[in-house]
Design a protein around this ligand. Sequence first.
Ligand SMILES: [Cu+2]
Length: 119
Amino acid sequence: MKCAIVSLFLIVLTGTARLEAHAFLKDAEPGVGSTVQTSPNEVRIRFTENIEPSFSSIQVFDASEKEVDKRDVHLDRSDHALLQISLPQLKAGIYKVVWRVVSVDTHVTNGSFTFRVNR
Ligand SMILES: [Cu+2]
């Protein structure tokens, strides 16, 4: 009987874990690992969950690790799963995007990717 209760408990736990929704990167612009021919005006990342903007960030670094974004990270007005940050005119090169977000369920996730500007 004790064993059955433990098993049931495990099933419930597993079920909960599967239903839990964390914010992961769904798609990005410029795309993950992509090459673009013109300097993008912004980096836009769409997540799988809505984002809490006050605790979320995107940073964009050039090859010398210098932050190049305009530090104005904000959510799209109508899509709260879409976080964006403005960029100045970028020179040709490889840029690294580092994101760290808190979804509305308060879970923290982070990641990074690169894109290349070919001009
Ligand atoms: Cu979550």
